[in-house]
Design a protein around this ligand. Sequence first.
Ligand code: B12
Length: 302
Amino acid sequence: MTEEGLSAGEVARRLGVAVTTLRSWHRRYGLGPDQHEARHHRRYTGEDLSRLEVMCRLTGEGMPAAEAARAALAMHPLEVAAGPVVTTGGRAGGGNTIPVGGAGPEARGLARAAMRLDVATMSSVITRMIGERGVLHTWDHLLRPVLAGVGDRHAGSGALVEVEHLLSRTISDALAAVPRPAGAPAPRTLLACADEEQHSLPLEALAAALAERGHRSLLLGARVPPRALAAVVARLGPTVVMLWSQAPATASMEQLGGLRGTPLVAAAGPGWPSAGLPPSVVRPASLGEAVDLALRWLPSVG
Ligand code: B12
């Protein structure tokens, strides 16, 4: 940081918030540069930035802004002196935001944290909601709106690849951290992405949601070639197989052919066509529906 400090625009870029938000936090809560010389623009010091980082983290976790500002202003001088953690070099996507539609404050917080590349906050927002509301609720009300928003922003501008990757990675980690049932019988559910399909998050959410309900599953993850899938099915004889395709390019029918003999085969995801699938293949329309379908075929637990 330079001697003169940072301009509001530079701070906004580093933190991934709008300049107007910074100004409003300064006006309403006194959170901002101390000296305001009439002739100069406001300059933010490292201490100001540290407090603002805390403000961003707490509001990102869903704390009301006034309360978060009180906590940021009350920070211990040593904590403030340690300096800011955010060092994105001003490339966090500017003061732009990820649109999350009508989703709640947690989704807005996650979106802001994603723009700041702030993995700690992203992780704590997701993990907290999974702990309090479960995977299904978290997928529908937090993760899905933010993922769709990132997708829209990316489709519109080609930007935010780094945000999309980091967000995906953080979601994967949080879903993988949902405890798997200890001592449960061997998995009867096989979850795989179609050939060359890289979008694995929906199946990771499904595996975590089934784990919450006492079932383990075998998650093969992204890009499973048909021969590998058929080999695992022949070897383990699963009760349920769900094959994810996000886009038509990965939804070739031959993959489903290798699954004959499996009691429940689900073609999940928007890539599969709405007509022309083998009659025995089911098409869940949401994570909740996929969970219900699997549970209907799996032995009930405890
Ligand atoms: C994260 C992401 C990635 C990550 C994936 C990481 C991972 N581990 O999964 C990475 C960076 C790898 C990636 C790569 C690509 N991506 Co991408 N990606 C996304 C993004 C942002 C989120 C995907 C996601 O998880 N969606 C889940 C929810 C949010 O999507 P949904 O369709 O609304 O899901 C609902 C239904 O499918 C339904 N449902 C029905 N049945 C079932 C069953 C279950 C179990 C569940 C859970 C849900 C469900 O309910 C779901 C919601 O719960 C989307 C944007 C978007 N809107 O989805 C783009 C998006 C899917 N990607 C896209 C593209 C083009 C790509 C690339 C081709 C880009 C490139 N040029 O390289 C590549 C490679 C694709 C490939 N070969 O697989 C396009 C696809 C367009 C299309 N239809 O063809 C999208 C839509 C972005 C866009 N707007 O352009 N991507």
